[in-house]
Design a protein around this ligand. Structure first.
Ligand code: FES
Length: 569
């Protein structure tokens, strides 16, 4: 083993070494802890304002136990945390800021290896992005999903919020019942219980090889989650001894595996943005087209909400992600190494399916060609995405008149206006909800249908925006249009009544307006000014990249490594 990074602090003689060690000793740390033991940072995204990560103090204790058992020296530290349901205007605005906190906290401190405790949506990609830019041994422990919600004897989870809310709009579900459901939905620790973004992220890190096998689906309330955390604590110490830095795990092949696995589980569209951003940090070339080329032909093997029937708890009992990975062997790079020290094939070779209602075999999938499709055309020159498994097949080829909302406030003000000229054939267009335009790219792309349309019994319409969609939502929704309207993309120039054509099988999206007319509209257009000129948000608007690149800040791409060159002591 090479000299430990932490010895650059604790191995020093004289005044400097004294200062580095003495102040830590105020926590009751014996002197021999500083004698070249691997120092393991436990990077904790615990916060009472991030309810999905509310159990992370306990989880950190399990990691700590594992680190001590393996002869390491654990030091837990806090970083910024992002509660998806709480943070305004949208947690995505702060993903990149959180990643900076993680990166700089790791680099600035005497840490040889790091355990990232991640749960709620953005806390996983932000933590991984930060760790990538430092590049030391890294293992991820996810917090696990909540137990399935129960209401009036029936299973419920986050995706049902949209159904219940539509029921309230239609008058078929009372406000009192809506309030009562709140307590039935989130009845244990953990993140959203469906294959939403948090579960997708937990699967992503397992598919990338950054977790021990089985990490993705163990419920937060299941004692085996703590066991996995303890094993991860043991393993990170060995990873430091083996000098297994994150760049040895995150190869181009690992990213390809993640795309294939995400397609097979029907993962959230947010996966695209986060994986692109992580690849950017690792300097691995990955494009939007890769998601289509590698994923769109992969069959759907998981029958999970929001597009299917079951919940993450069921997924775990049915065999979890290892069972899916085992089925996908012929599509995956199975010989690459993971943080367990074993290959993908070795990690998952004994995984079985215990319920074929929840996890399908590769020979009898729930659906063929399930992955995300990338669609391009004059309305999205750099692409937009759709998740066919969450869409209505009959709407995947459609031509209709645009009903345009200039921003989310305009949508809220008018979508239920009885005079709005809209029917089920219309195409709802929402502008200015992209990375720069909102700012922060909120999850509003699956805008609710106007009451006028819902009253006819219609449940889905074609919707197009430069925003995102919650991983727990569904519909024929074209998202992440790039370039976004606030950056002068064609989306900015769509007007009410313009004809829009989409054809997912041809990967085509087109605004039927002549180039001459579009140029005229462009000449009178000005970029929106939301008044954010200072601070983080001002900086974000100037530097955020478009969705097709992962919406990271341009100056955060790549790594700065783990060496600190200046030393003030
Ligand atoms: Fe935290 Fe869904 S709100 S995972």
């Amino acid at each position: 083993m090479a000299k430990l990074r932490s010895q650059g602090w604790f191995g020093k003689q004289g005044k400097d070494g004294f200062i580095y060690r003495a102040w830590l000793k105020n926590q009751g740390i014996p002197d021999d802890e500083f004698n070249a033991k691997p120092v393991i940072g436990i990077c904790n995204t615990w916060s009472e304002l991030t309810p999905c990560n509310g159990h992370f103090r306990e989880l950190a204790e399990s990691v700590r136990r594992g680190v001590l058992e393996a002869g390491g020296f654990p030091l837990e530290f806090p970083v910024m945390s992002l509660g998806e349901t709480i943070v305004k205007p949208t947690a995505m605005l702060y993903r990149n800021l959180m990643s900076m906190d993680v990166e700089e906290s790791i680099r600035a401190n005497p840490i040889d290896g790091v355990v990232l405790l991640c749960g709620c949506d953005k806390t996983t990609p932000a933590s991984v992005m930060g760790a990538c830019s430092v590049d030391i041994p890294t293992i991820v422990v996810s917090g696990g999903p909540m137990l399935t919600g129960k209401y009036e004897g029936k299973n419920i989870a986050t995706s049902d919020v949209w159904r219940f809310a539509a029921g309230v709009t239609k008058g078929t579900f009372s406000n009192e019942a809506f309030r009562e459901v709140e307590a039935c939905m989130c009845r244990s620790a953990g993140h959203c219980a469906v294959m939403g973004t948090a579960s997708t992220m937990a699967c992503m890190v397992e598919a990338l090889g950054l977790t021990l096998p089985g990490n993705a689906a163990i419920p937060a309330a299941d004692s085996r989650r703590k066991v996995l955390a303890q094993f991860s604590g043991r393993r990170i110490v060995d990873m430091v001894r083996e000098e297994m830095s994150i760049s040895k795990i995150l190869t181009r092949q690992a990213f390809e595996n993640a795309i294939i696995v995400n397609a097979a589980i029907g993962g959230s569209t947010n996966f695209i943005l986060h994986l692109l951003a992580i690849a950017g940090r690792m300097e691995i070339p990955l494009t939007l087209e890769d998601f289509d080329i590698l994923g769109s032909k992969i069959p759907l093997l998981a029958n999970l909400q929001p597009s299917g029937e079951y919940f993450m708890e069921d997924f775990y009992y049915a065999g979890g992600l290892p069972a899916v990975i085992n089925q996908l062997q012929k599509h995956l790079h199975t010989q690459i190494i993971t943080v367990s020290g074993k290959t993908v094939a070795q990690n998952n070779e004994h995984a079985k399916i215990y319920s074929e209602d929840v996890i399908a075999t590769i020979d009898k999938p729930f659906q063929e060609n399930a992955g995300i499709v990338v669609v391009k055309g004059n309305l999205a020159e750099k692409g937009c995405v759709i998740k066919p498994s969450a869409a209505t097949p009959a709407l995947m080829k459609h031509r209709g008149k645009a009903v345009v909302f200039e921003d989310i406030e305009d949508y809220h003000a008018r979508f239920n206006d009885p005079d709005l000229e809209v029917d089920e054939h219309s195409v709802l267009v929402l502008k200015n909800v992209g990375p720069k335009g909102y700012p922060g790219m909120p999850e509003v792309g699956n805008m609710g249908l106007p009451k006028k349309v819902l009253d006819k019994g219609v449940t889905d319409m074609v919707r197009i925006s430069d925003g995102r969609m919650s991983g727990t939502a569904f519909g024929t929704v074209f998202l992440h249009v790039a370039p976004e309207s606030a950056a002068g993309g064609t989306l900015a120039f769509v007007q009410n009544g313009d004809e829009i054509e989409v054809d997912v099988s041809r990967k085509f999206i087109h605004l039927h307006v002549s180039d001459i007319e579009l140029e005229k509209r462009r000449l009178v257009w000005t970029a929106p000014d939301l008044g954010y000129h200072r601070g983080y948000i001002g900086h974000y608007i100037k530097h955020v990249e478009q969705a097709d690149l992962g919406a990271d800040l341009d100056f955060l791409r790549g790594k700065s490594g783990n060496v600190v060159t200046r030393d003030s002591h």
